[in-house]
Design a protein around this ligand. Sequence first.
Ligand code: HEM
Length: 375
Amino acid sequence: MLKAPVPYTSSVEEIEDDEAQLAADLAKTMLAISRKTYEDTHEGLRSVHAKSHALLTGRLSVKPDLPPDLAQGLFAAPGDYPVIMRFSTTPGDILPDAVSTPRGLALKVIGVKGPRLPGTQDATTQDFVMVNGPAFQAPNARAFLANLKLLAMTTDRGGSAKVALSKVLRATEGAIESMGGKSTTLRALGGHPATHPLSETYYSATPYLHGPYIAKFSVAPVSEDLTVHGHDHLDIDENPTAIREAMQDHFAIMGGEWELRVQLCTDLEAMPVENAARVWPENESPYVAVATVKVEPQTAWSEARSAAIDDGMSFSPWHGLEAHRPLGSVNRLRKSVYEASARARGEREHKAMTEPTDTRNLFTDEPEEAQVYYP
Ligand code: HEM
């Protein structure tokens, strides 16, 4: 028998006195990364997750007849929405795929109605920003800042050294995994196995409001054309864009279906809000499907898609509904840092960030009918 979800009260969050200073330090470190890559490439890149591997349009359908605990915010009523999906890997510099790092997925749902988070009143989007692990690499923003400072020092230094290091780390991680373990740190540093991004489940890792409750969410592949890639081992040592090409090959002939799932917090001890490094136990509260995301075959990546989505858009956990407000120190501090990173990109690219209202005519090089899969 599953326990009832814990209602949110402000006491589940512990706001520290120096969070404004921490946010400023995080933004400074993030901007130092993108300043370095701008000097080297003259491109306004994201401070992290700079390299995209697939940029897709599709459709999200909220499931009918959801139980009241789950039917909250965007999921309160059945409905269909256009979506944009951006698959990425974590570094802030554009490295060969042989430097194998965690995979990211940002999902932008368009046309959402309801009271909105501060600063996004004019938009109708709900973003979900995820990585392929159920918890974050650091428990709180302070610990993450320490990791980030180390990472920032390595930006754009020694691409070939990073490739060599990644091979060693992948071998070490492989040995750990063969004994049933997994090291988030080794994976973040380049020891991620050469998995296909379409076989991965992506997680919010950090908690969010879910109406009056608290939840994490995930996006998991469910159609066989996606899950079959679980057997793939990409040729990342030979091909610097192996991941992007694997995505292009897939979507040239196939589509895919994912489930968007919600894990409600049913016990604050086992599922804390202020420790983002804790995996919430699925045997106590499973991830339950609240929507599906479907995409049709399409051009998975092109320069025009990259100009529109990589350069012209930003994805942030703070773009969305008040009913899905990000919780916990890691999430609270992301607001101003994502804004600062996106602002710097826009200035460098001389391009305003836009929040889309539609997925029609997003890409200038594709005929209109090829671009959209519209409800
Ligand atoms: C304090 C913690 C964090 C900070 C400071 C941070 C910072 C950033 C920044 C500056 C960007 C680039 C934003 C832009 O230029 O548009 C970014 C992107 C991203 N972050 Fe975070 N992040 C944090 C935590 C997380 C967590 C917990 C996740 C996942 C669960 C995550 C996943 C991603 C992904 C997938 C992107 C790429 C989004 C896209 O495709 O545009 N980050 N992050």
